[in-house]
Design a protein around this ligand. Structure first.
Ligand SMILES: CC(C)(COP(=O)(O)OP(=O)(O)OC[C@H]1O[C@@H](n2cnc3c(N)ncnc32)[C@H](O)[C@@H]1OP(=O)(O)O)[C@@H](O)C(=O)NCCC(=O)NCCS
Length: 182
């Protein structure tokens, strides 16, 4: 049997376009149960709200949205948010489709996105990630990829009727300048 760890995926990245296809790719992935569970707002996303959000962020110069493909197959999405044009920091969030998860492509996927972001936002020195404590895959991904644990805020949430999360973990890179990927 083929060892999945040795498979090297060739991924292509592009910025999201203002099309219903791109809008729907993001919608479907964002509503994936694991993506919702790992988001700080875990409620299902209503399509109409998603379209409003999409139309807003697509024209926002402080948000970069990328889609990643392997040939025609959708691999995942990355989002970078900065507070203004002068920002030296931005926040990353990323999600991979269920078909591509757990195949050890997380690091290449993230590098691809960070390098692409840096082409547009040249002032960024620090990339932050905010992750739920219980999100094991993300915590492993960030700690192994040069990110350092900045703080673990033990803020406990309990939603009436269930849900909520234990605490928020913030990661920032170890060095000020993110490692360039060959
Ligand atoms: C987080 C995410 C992008 C990671 O991508 P991935 O393809 O699953 O990651 P990888 O296969 O590269 O694995 C990264 C590490 O997590 C581990 N891992 C993967 N899936 C796991 C799981 N379900 N439970 C525990 N560990 C897991 C891997 O073993 C690997 O650790 P290792 O290097 O010690 O072996 C992906 O799981 C995802 O899209 N999750 C849903 C959305 C999300 O949580 N986004 C992050 C919010 S910022």
């Amino acid at each position: 049997m083929m060892d999945i760890k040795k498979v090297k995926f060739v991924m292509q990245i592009r910025q999201v376009e203002n099309t219903s296809e791109d809008c729907n790719l993001i919608y479907n992935l964002s509503n994936d149960p694991l993506v919702r569970a790992n988001s700080f707002n875990s409620e299902p996303i209503i399509y109409e709200n998603h379209v409003k959000w999409f139309n807003k962020v697509i024209n926002d110069s402080n948000v970069l949205l990328f889609l990643v493909f392997e040939d025609d197959d959708f691999v995942g999405q990355l989002r970078f948010v900065r507070s203004c044009e002068e920002s030296k920091e931005c926040v990353i969030s990323l999600s991979i489709t269920p078909e591509y998860r757990g195949k050890h492509i997380g690091r290449d996927f993230m590098d691809l996105g960070i390098n692409e972001m840096r082409k547009s936002w040249k002032k960024i020195e620090i990339v932050k990630a905010e992750v739920k404590c219980e999100n094991e895959a993300s915590n492993k991904l960030f700690t192994k990829d040069g990110f350092d644990l900045a703080s673990s805020v033990n803020t406990y949430y309990k939603k009436i009727g269930g849900g909520g999360y234990n605490c928020r973990v913030v990661f920032i890179p170890l060095s000020k300048t993110y490692r360039q990927v060959a």
